[in-house]
Write a protein that binds this ligand. Structure first.
Ligand SMILES: *[C@@H]1O[C@H](CO)[C@@H](O)[C@H](O)[C@H]1NC(C)=O
Ligand SMILES: *[C@@H]1O[C@H](CO)[C@@H](O)[C@H](O)[C@H]1NC(C)=O
Ligand SMILES: *[C@@H]1O[C@H](CO)[C@@H](O)[C@H](O)[C@H]1NC(C)=O
Ligand SMILES: *[C@@H]1O[C@H](CO)[C@@H](O)[C@H](O)[C@H]1NC(C)=O
Length: 391
């Protein structure tokens, strides 16, 4: 943070902020953590999946700042690496779905086919572009049914720029970065001194002060959850950082990318007992927790109970407001979905594309609980008055 180049991300951010009309926040060093509203820890975490990507193109500075405005506890991101080994925030290993790469004629010859998790994929791969080249691209909305007006306005950001956004917030906002596709990245990107992707990932967190076990003094100042679908990556970094880690779990048909283990193996009691030495929780796809049939939820599995029995948190993904993602049980109401997952299933955090909606839901629930408490204490006072008259 004392590097003379530290201000660079802010310079970039301030330029971006100009385009979306946001105030320029003070640098993190000017705002002591003690002066900032702490992270709430009394209710399930609101995890802004790729920022407020329901509204703005995913994993951009604008999407993360919107999520912070809307009440995110954590901003979530996927870390990949460029050809020259720089860590960036980007979800897919190819640029095709969420950037304007197709319009950039000078890169037309960069299309490749690589094997990714057992499948041959063709496209423009992040690992074939330097950071400087990636910065010339512009990000766009992934889904056609979402707001397209911000397409072409924002660039890909680096892991460091992402961290700067969190540290620069006017309250304490955690980060939730994923070690994304580590097998693929380590195959295609090489670092000096035999360093691996995971080493660079942890070095970046430590450089900016992210350290300490879950809810430790250091963690509370700069909260972080490290996530990965690859158990070997989580185990590998366990010697380098005690920051809390979350083991992501995919659909029941997808084996782990590194250890080729089935869903059933990694959700067994014996595996949860093993992995709990390395992680504080699991992040399962929500349809594996409560399977759906004909777009209706069926009976919940015992995964949450099993994880809780091993003292593991459960942070399922992904909650989305739109009708094409909402099961019919929720009669097109995303608040009904949150109510079900928080009150009935008892999850500890939720990855949402619409942080604002989850935040509103949680605020309303908290306010109505307060009303109930006030009403019952009023009744209590009235009954005391009546009994004192009676006496
Ligand atoms: C991918 O393509 C290569 C070259 O055509 C082939 O040798 C390989 O078996 C393919 N891999 C898969 C998983 O289909
Ligand atoms: C972690 O450190 C211990 C003791 O220093 C060592 O035995 C172990 O092999 C290390 N594990 C990894 C994954 O590097
Ligand atoms: C992964 O496991 C499956 C099922 O046991 C097996 O069929 C497959 O060959 C394995 N794949 C690799 C790459 O080891
Ligand atoms: C309930 O009571 C608390 C403290 O007594 C107060 O701060 C709060 O505003 C009240 N809420 C409502 C909705 O009246």
């Amino acid at each position: 943070m004392t590097s003379p180049l530290w201000f660079l991300p802010f310079l970039l951010l301030s330029l971006l902020e100009g385009t979306v009309g946001r105030p320029f926040y003070p640098l993190p060093s000017k705002l002591d953590y003690k002066d900032r509203q702490p992270l709430q820890t009394s209710r399930p975490y609101n995890i802004a999946h790729r920022g407020s990507n329901g509204e703005l193109p995913e994993e951009t500075a604008a999407a993360y700042m919107r999520a912070i405005d809307e009440g995110a506890d954590f901003i979530e991101t996927d870390i990949l690496a460029s050809k020259d080994g720089k860590l960036i925030c980007f979800h897919d290993v190819t640029l095709d779905a969420t950037t304007d790469i197709a319009d950039q004629k000078e890169f037309a010859h960069r299309k490749r086919t690589y094997e990714v998790q057992g499948f041959n994929m063709t496209g423009f791969f992040v690992v074939d572009f330097t950071l400087e080249e990636l910065k010339t691209l512009r990000v766009k909305q992934r889904y056609k049914f979402r707001d397209q007006q911000y397409n072409g306005k924002f660039s890909i950001i680096t892991f460091e720029e992402f961290i700067a956004i969190a540290l620069d917030a006017d309250r304490i906002v955690g980060i939730y970065p994923e070690i994304k596709n580590p097998i693929f990245i380590n195959q295609h990107v090489k670092w000096a001194n035999g360093k691996k992707f995971e080493d660079k990932f942890v070095e970046t967190l430590l450089k900016y002060g992210y350290k300490g076990a879950y809810k430790s003094k250091d963690w509370v100042k700069q909260p972080v959850f490290i996530q990965s679908f690859a158990p070997t990556s989580l185990i590998y970094i366990s010697n380098m950082t005690d920051s809390p880690k979350i083991f992501l779990i995919d659909d029941v048909t997808v084996p782990t990318q590194d250890t080729n283990q089935s869903y059933w193996e990694i959700t067994s009691d014996s595996y949860l007992e093993y992995i709990k030495d390395y992680v504080v929780g699991i992040g399962p796809w929500k349809d594996t927790v409560v399977p759906a049939e004909n777009n209706y939820l069926t009976t919940p599995t015992d995964l949450v109970a099993k994880a809780h029995a091993h003292d593991l948190q459960v942070h399922p993904y992904t909650y989305r407001n739109e009708y094409m993602f909402l099961h019919f049980n929720f009669h097109q109401d995303p608040y009904a979905e949150y109510d079900y997952w928080i009150k009935k299933i008892g999850v500890d955090g939720l990855f949402t594309d619409f942080t604002g909606s989850l935040h509103q839901y949680q605020e309303w629930v908290a306010a109505s609980a307060m009303d109930e408490k006030n009403a019952s204490s009023l009744l209590h006072k009235i009954s005391l008055m009546i009994s004192s008259f009676g006496g």
